[in-house]
Design a protein around this ligand. Structure first.
Ligand SMILES: Cc1cc2nc3c(=O)[nH]c(=O)nc-3n(C[C@H](O)[C@H](O)[C@H](O)COP(=O)(O)O)c2cc1C
Length: 467
């Protein structure tokens, strides 16, 4: 039998052994003995002839309870990286299974060994590391997780994420991620305020990335104060719990939801149109909330100044007739929510050329014709009628009574009535006060943000579908 000492092993293997030993609290020699003993006892563990280790089922760190939610922590190369060790502890305290990637820059601030000792399993650092590629691999790292947390998120990591770059393990995993990502940015206030960082931040938020911090305060650099401090580990851990809870609650998984949003523009001539004051904020919030609840969402949107909600298929239209066409193309769906403020009328014959003002010529008269009624058309369909058809009633007087009449005349299941008198600030504003009108009841909802209205509606829809 050949003799072999640990000193004869190559550096990479020695490093891996040290990590395993640190994790299990054994000396390196004892760790080797334990591995050899387990290999000798395990008759089915022979490597295949290719030399590649057999593919293994997804593993959880031994310390995490079965069924624990999985968090992948990516530590960027900033001063605040030292706090990430405490963050790992805080996440584990909450029963989460933690895996950790250190960027090359992060290794200047915390060592893989100390991070591994706290995580309780190996740390990932290299994209082109054959052993980790066989063992877990960057795609599995991205996929076998319920949430990715980047803390500290450096200006550099944010820029690469916003640009879709993947030059190293951390960024390749972030690009391949299918789960929610939470960023805890940390940097010097000038780096944070830099237009490039703010551009990247806006892009990442539009892409659906969640943020915690940065806060204001003293910087590591002597005498510097401002915005750029990483959120405290306890705050990050609380945000993780909140996100995991909302990600788990996917009551609309497996359902298809159609939402319309925004105004329509009805042309008078090629440059003029009839419009209304709808901003699309409510409809877009509903589409985003339904997508977060797991639904496959199609949003048919009139012209708005809002980014497309993440994870939603958006069809952009201008006129009521285009909106109806797009809605009918999106059928069949389980639920249709018509939040768009569709123009009731259009100009009967819009001019193909710009109508000119000429001295002595009479003021042009606009002759109007009725637009298709999208809500009523879909609610009265003989085939492919969604299980739940929900309309909005924008009223300026007798809100509930008008909504009740609208429910009956349109043939829909629910109406969300709101008072859009200018004094309420609802049209174009961020808040809404709703009365939910059904065939049997009128239910006043409290004044709240349009996002909260969206969440409440989605919860009601999920309840109704579950019955
Ligand atoms: C001492 C020191 C502290 C640094 N602190 C930060 C920081 O807090 N935030 C940041 O965005 N970059 C910071 N940097 C710059 C990053 O380390 C650098 O941009 C690096 O390329 C980031 O790599 P990563 O994004 O792959 O981790 C610091 C650099 C040094 C030398």
């Amino acid at each position: 039998m050949a003799s072999l000492t640990v000193r004869q092993l190559d550096e990479r293997l020695k490093k891996l052994l040290r990590l395993r030993a640190a994790k299990s609290g054994r000396s390196v020699e004892d760790e080797v003995r334990t591995i050899l003993r387990a290999a000798a006892e395990d008759t089915g563990s022979e490597a295949p002839e290719t030399g590649n280790p057999p593919s293994q089922p997804p593993r959880r760190p031994a310390s995490a309870p079965a069924g624990a939610k999985r968090v992948l922590l990516i530590v960027g190369g900033g001063i605040a990286a030292y706090k990430s060790l405490d963050l790992i502890r805080r996440l584990k305290e909450r029963g989460l299974a933690v895996r950790c990637i250190l960027t090359k820059a992060a290794e200047h601030f915390v060592t893989p060994l100390s991070a591994a000792a706290i995580v309780g399993e190996r740390i990932f650092t290299d994209l082109f590391d054959a052993s980790s590629e066989f063992d877990v691999g960057h795609i599995r790292l991205a996929r076998e997780t319920d949430l990715i947390v980047v803390a500290p998120a450096t200006a550099d990591l944010m820029a690469k994420m916003a640009g879709g770059l993947a030059p190293d393990l951390a960024t390749a995993v972030l690009l391949a991620a299918g789960t929610k990502i939470l960023l805890a940015p940390a940097m010097n206030p000038y780096m944070w305020a830099n237009k490039a960082t703010q551009r990247n931040l806006a892009q990442l938020v539009a892409d659906g990335v969640a943020l915690i911090g940065p806060g204001e305060g003293e910087m590591a650099e002597a005498g510097e104060r401002g915005t750029g401090r990483m959120a405290e580990p306890l705050e990050i851990a609380a945000a993780v719990e909140r996100l995991l809870a909302s990600e788990t609650a996917q009551p609309l998984k497996g359902t298809c939801v159609l939402v319309t949003s925004g105004p329509t523009h009805e042309p008078i001539d090629p440059v003029r149109y009839i419009a209304n004051r709808s901003s699309g904020k409510q409809g877009h919030a509903i589409a985003a909330a339904a997508a977060r609840a797991g639904a496959a969402v199609t949003l048919v949107s009139g012209p708005v100044n809002l980014p497309d909600p993440p994870g939603v298929a958006v069809v952009h239209v201008e006129t009521a007739r285009e909106m109806l066409q797009a809605v009918e193309r999106a059928l069949p769906v389980d639920v249709a929510i018509f939040a768009a403020a569709v123009a009731d009328w259009r100009v009967a014959s819009a001019s193909e050329q710009k109508i000119k003002k000429k001295a002595g010529r009479a003021t042009p008269e606009l002759s109007l014709t009725e637009n298709p009624d999208i809500l009523s058309t879909v609610a009265h369909r003989k085939s492919q009628r969604p299980q739940l058809v929900i309309g909005f009633a924008a009223e300026t007087e007798n809100v509930a009574a008008n909504a009740k009449a609208k429910l009956a005349s349109k043939g829909c299941d629910w109406i969300l009535a709101n008072d859009v008198s200018p004094s309420t600030g609802i049209m174009g504003g961020d808040r809404n006060t709703i009365e939910l009108v059904t065939a049997t009841a009128i239910e006043p909802w409290p004044p709240q943000s349009k996002e909260d209205v969206a969440k409440m509606l989605v919860a009601r829809v999920a309840n109704a579908l579950a019955k």
